[in-house]
Every structure is written in structure tokens, then in C-alpha cells.
Design a protein around this ligand. Structure first.
Ligand code: PLP
Length: 387
């Protein structure tokens, strides 16, 4: 038996809608499914508009560039994230300032960020300037780790204090909610970005989206991603990009979104099983619960809180031998080769935490039998090693 971490569930209307694209010849970046997908994403987000693009990485980059962020700028990101968060900043010409995460939520430690900003930047006419790099601090990009909601009011408060833009990496958080159970798009942020990569909650094969409450801003982002074309002829007013999503990708995305509620509830069920397994062991904890809002459970699993870190690799091997896909989780950005030497806070939490995280199989069509097999393999290991 082989049980993968998370594979796409494509048993709905995906094939029919793809066939429709081919029959209609609308296979490229204009077509009814692109419009439908944008509409559907805006609806889920509680916004009036959304711009779909070719990947989540591009969504983040375009969101930043749409806010005028680029050369000579600095953007604060958490270290516990997928490398795309950092890459998107660098693609704009800006540099990252990397911050540690909170032990209780695994999201960016805003107290630590505030302390670092006060200590390492000065007010200038243009905003806060970072002394060591000479760059202007322009934005903060909180990451909704594994779909976990975050305290947007606190982020917005910090942003107001220092004149920063807020771009949320909500890559894997489609369907999450903010405080008062409001949809994600009502978060106090300049932009939120999703990914529709194959392993995300819904996939379009590859793709991403930017949502915002500011419709003029979204028009700018759309313009930037669609060659900066004005009018029906070949007139272009900026050096822009071709970062459009194709109608075929959107067709898959539309079919996937039809089943979002079912996907989210199956993900939650899987999370509950692993969370109750964690409760049976002293040295295991389930993935964190958000302090405000409602998280979605893109990935679920357990993490190790004991003293013997060597057990973590032993557990991974034990599971792999049983045919269960278990790999290390994201290696923090400050430890990644391209980002060594970037400005960074101290990292006591992330340095230790990332090795202890075990994302367990959680495809939406995982069977109860497969979940039971994962739990039984995990339990046989931790019964022998619970300390
Ligand atoms: C998946 C992911 C991305 C990047 O999305 P792509 O569509 O793969 O470019 C960015 N940030 C986080 C946190 C992600 O999980």
C-alpha cells in the first residue's frame, strides 16, 4: 500500500469542462471559464472581484507590484513558509526581511517584528528606512500556514503604525474565515493571494488568484498580468506580463470549486482523527488552532514536543517503510541557500519547530481504511517512544 500526502481529487466535472474548452476551441487565456472562475473565487472570498493568474507565486508578485513595491524596497515575511513567498518578493526587485514565528500559531511573530522595526529602521519622508540595507520598508506578508487563520486586526494595527502595505499569502487558505466568521476577503489587508497548484485545497492544475476589496487596485493587477493592453488593438501603456490563467486551467478550477464545501469538510474530518490520535500521546500535539477566525485544514498531522529530536527522523523512516508518504515540512527561508544573509530576526522557534512537524496523508478522497492504516502505523511507533 502507498498512501500519498495529498493528491488532487478530479472526479467531478473536470473532464467534461476540459472537453468543453476543446470543443469550443477556447483553450487559451480568454474564455468563459476564466470569467466564471474569477466570479466563483470572488464569491468564496466575499469580494466583488478576483484576478486569476498562472500560479500562486505570480499572484504574490503581481499583488506586490500592483502596490508599487519593487527595487530598493524591503518586505517582511515569516521564515516558516514555502519558498515561493520569498521568491515572489525577490522577483519584484525588493528584498526580504525574515521574521520568526509564534510557537502557538506558527504564524509571523508580530511582537518580534515590531521590536525589530523599532530597532533597525528610522522614519524618513518616504517611510521607515532600514538602516543596514538602506531600503524602504514597504510591506508585510503574513502567511496562513496550512490554511490557518490569523489575527488580521493585529497585522493591520502594525501596518498602520509603520505605514506598511499588507499582502496575505493565503495560498492554501481558500475558504478560511476571519473574526466573526466573515469571509477571508473582508480581512483588513491590501490583497490576499491564493494558489491552485495540484496539492492545494482546490486545483486548476496550476494557477493563482489575487483578491482585494479595492477594485481599482485589482484592475491595475489585471492590467499588469495581461500585457498592459489598452483597447482592442496592439496598444500597451506599461511593460507588463503575460501571467494569465488559461481557460483550460480555469475549467478545472471551476469544477473543483463546485465541491469546495465537501473538500473542506473531509479535510476537517481527517484533521479530527489525527488530532485525537495526538491526544493519546504525551509527546505529540495536533497542528495549531487559530486564535481568531476559522482555519481550513489544508494539511493535517501532528508535531513532536519531546526532547529527543532524533526520534523525528526515525518516525519518518518508520512511516515510509509502511508505505506512507511522510516528509519533512517546509525548511525555513532563512536556512535556504538563496536567502542566507538576508536581514532576519533571531529564530529560536522556527529553527527547532520545522524538524518536529509531521504532515500526514490528507487527500480529500483518502479512505477511512487508509486513515486507519496511517494512525495504526503512527501509534505503533509512538507507543514504543512516548517520552
Ligand atoms: C503553494 C504555496 C505558494 C505558491 O503557489 P504556487 O502556485 O505553487 O506558485 C506560496 N505560498 C505558500 C504558503 C504555498 O503553500
Amino acid at each position: 500500500m502507498k498512501i500519498p500526502l495529498a493528491v488532487p481529487n478530479l472526479s467531478g466535472n473536470e473532464a467534461a469542462y476540459l472537453q468543453d474548452c476543446i470543443d469550443s476551441t477556447f483553450v487559451s487565456s480568454v474564455g468563459a471559464y476564466v470569467d466564471k472562475f474569477e466570479r466563483a473565487i470572488a464569491d468564496v472570498s466575499g469580494t466583488e472581484d478576483a484576478v486569476v493568474v498562472s500560479s500562486g507565486t505570480v499572484a504574490l508578485q503581481m499583488a506586490l507590484q500592483g502596490l508599487g513595491i519593487g527595487e530598493d524596497d524591503l518586505v517582511i515575511i515569516p521564515t516558516l513558509t514555502f519558498i515561493a513567498t520569498a521568491n515572489a518578493v525577490r522577483h519584484t526587485g525588493a528584498q526580504v526581511w525574515i521574521a520568526d514565528v509564534e510557537p502557538s500559531t506558527w504564524t509571523i511573530d508580530l511582537e518580534l517584528v515590531r521590536e525589530a522595526i523599532l530597532k533597525e529602521t528610522d522614519w524618513t519622508e518616504d517611510g521607515r528606512r532600514h538602516r543596514a540595507t538602506g531600503r524602504l520598508l514597504r510591506a508585510i506578508m503574513p502567511v496562513m500556514v496550512m490554511g490557518a487563520s490569523i489575527d488580521f486586526e493585529k497585522v493591520a494595527g502594525l501596518a498602520r503604525e509603520f505605514g506598511l502595505k499588507v499582502v496575505v499569502d493565503a495560498a492554501a487558505a481558500l475558504g478560511a474565515r476571519v473574526a466573526n466568521d466573515a469571509p477571508l476577503g473582508s480581512a483588513d489587508a491590501d490583497a490576499l493571494c491564493y494558489s491552485f497548484n495540484g496539492n492545494k485545497i482546490v486545483t486548476s492544475g496550476g494557477g493563482g488568484a489575487v483578491v482585494s476589496r479595492d477594485l481599482n487596485y485589482l484592475d491595475r493587477v489585471r492590467h499588469l498580468t495581461t500585457t498592459g493592453r489598452v483597447g482592442a488593438n496592439y496598444d500597451h501603456d506599461i511593460v507588463a506580463y503575460n501571467h494569465r490563467m488559461t481557460n483550460m486551467q480555469a475549467a478545472v478550477g471551476v469544477a473543483q470549486l463546485e465541491r469546495l464545501d465537501a473538500f473542506l469538510s473531509r479535510k476537517r474530518e481527517v484533521h479530527e482523527v489525527y488530532a485525537s490520535m495526538a491526544e493519546r500521546f504525551r509527546c505529540l500535539e495536533p497542528f495549531p488552532v487559530a486564535s481568531t477566525g476559522r482555519s481550513i485544514r489544508w494539511l493535517s498531522g501532528v508535531y513532536y514536543t519531546g526532547a529527543n529530536l532524533g526520534l523525528c527522523d526515525a518516525f519518518r523512516s518508520h512511516m515510509n517503510e509502511a508505505g506512507i508518504d511522510l516528509r519533512k515540512f517546509w525548511k525555513p527561508i532563512h536556512l535556504q541557500l538563496p536567502y542566507q544573509g538576508s536581514p532576519a530576526t533571531r529564530m529560536p522557534v522556527a529553527d527547532d519547530l520545522w524538524l518536529r512537524i509531521f504532515p500526514l496523508p490528507c487527500s480529500t478522497h483518502i479512505t477511512d481504511e487508509q486513515i486507519a492504516a496511517v494512525v495504526s502505523s503512527a501509534e505503533s511507533f509512538w507507543k514504543a517512544n512516548d517520552a
